[in-house]
Design a protein around this ligand. Structure first.
Ligand SMILES: C[S@@+](CC[C@H](N)C(=O)[O-])C[C@H]1O[C@@H](n2cnc3c(N)ncnc32)[C@H](O)[C@@H]1O
Length: 322
């Protein structure tokens, strides 16, 4: 079996016999006023973070949700886009499509605002999306892309870029690793299916998103979530996995490279009322301004004694650079 076949078989099994807290820590799913999440859907929460960023889901966006699982995040997105076909859920595993459809039926009984027509579940594959170019506002995937080997991940990211409208957003939540995972674990197909051995480092992960063409990346959350300990996994050192929630924008690539926002700010502390770097960054004296990592480094180098640059908070959702 190829690793993709192993993945499909694995998710077929856990669609038919749900495993609570299967691949990631158990966390409380995002709660929203008037949203009731059916119990079987909660039991099939096979995720480690969230892709549903509530403060920007205005104007009923069309969302392509890849790897539907039990349908939890599809339902959460539907909460914001209450119209037929607003959420297109792609899932290659038949048993998972059936489970998601069952769970969404229950959701319709428990939530007066929800109609199953809001989520269209389609057979399909992240590596070959059955969707036309530039047709969706948001593409979301949670704990799927880390499973892919790098060549397939590159293809999945290119597919995401293709189907997003200009300005569209790729909303991802995936494990990343603080150190490279050794080959013997990377090649373990079942561990890969479990989201335990396919994770890339933060640098590798963000570089592949940039390589696909995304000109801006925002890190929404980064937190430790699981340890691969040396005894269980036959390692020289323990390896910490972190969960990373990010939003990447299909915007033009800046000439000097992608903007990555990790929560850094720049604060002008010189003698003038403001500082203008003549590159569209104006800092009012004493006021913290959100900057991408590239701009943070440039400003710090330009005026090391007058501009204070604060560190990455790994939380940023403030929109554009100053
Ligand atoms: C770890 S689960 C995550 C499910 C869901 N996103 C959630 O947050 O609970 C991965 C999902 O991706 C699906 N999947 C597996 N291979 C896929 C592929 N090549 N393309 C799209 N989805 C795939 C699995 O069947 C499963 O539903």
């Amino acid at each position: 079996m190829t690793y993709l076949e192993t993945v499909a078989q694995f998710y077929s099994e856990v669609a038919q016999t749900p495993e609570v807290g299967l691949c990631c820590i158990q966390s409380t799913p995002l709660q929203l006023p008037g949203l009731k999440i059916p119990l079987p859907m909660q039991e099939m929460n096979y995720a480690c973070g969230t892709t549903v960023h509530t403060n920007e889901l205005v104007n009923q966006p069309t969302v392509l949700y890849v790897g539907v699982g039990g349908g939890l995040e599809a339902l959460q997105f539907a909460y914001f886009s209450r119209r037929p076909g607003a959420i297109i859920a792609i899932e290659p595993v038949e048993a998972m499509r059936e489970a998601a459809a069952r769970n969404l039926e229950i959701a319709a009984q428990e939530n007066p605002w929800f109609d199953t027509s809001f989520v269209k579940i389609c057979p399909g594959d992240a590596l070959n999306l059955p969707v036309t170019d530039a047709s969706v506002d948001v593409l979301a995937q949670n704990c799927l892309f880390n499973i892919f080997e790098p060549a397939d991940l590159t293809r999945a990211l290119k597919e995401a870029y293709r189907v997003l409208k200009p300005g569209g957003r790729l909303q991802m939540s995936d494990p990343i690793t603080t150190r490279s995972i050794p080959k013997h674990l990377q090649q373990d197909k079942r561990l890969r299916a479990l989201c335990l051995s396919g994770a890339l480092t933060y640098q590798e992960h963000t570089q592949l998103i940039i390589n696909a063409g995304f000109g801006q990346i925002e890190i929404r959350a980064r937190r430790p979530y699981r340890l691969l300990d040396k005894q269980t996994y036959n390692l020289e050192e323990n390896i910490l996995l972190e969960s990373l929630d990010s939003v990447s924008f299909k915007v033009d690539m800046p000439e000097d490279g992608a903007c990555i926002f990790t929560g850094k700010t720049a604060i002008y502390a010189g003698t003038q009322t403001f500082f203008d770097d003549a590159a569209e960054h104006i800092l009012q004296r004493g006021i913290a301004v959100a900057v991408c990592d590239k701009t943070a480094a440039k400003l710090a180098a330009l005026k090391p004694t007058e501009i204070m640059v604060t560190g990455s908070t790994w939380y940023y959702d403030a929109g554009w650079c100053c």
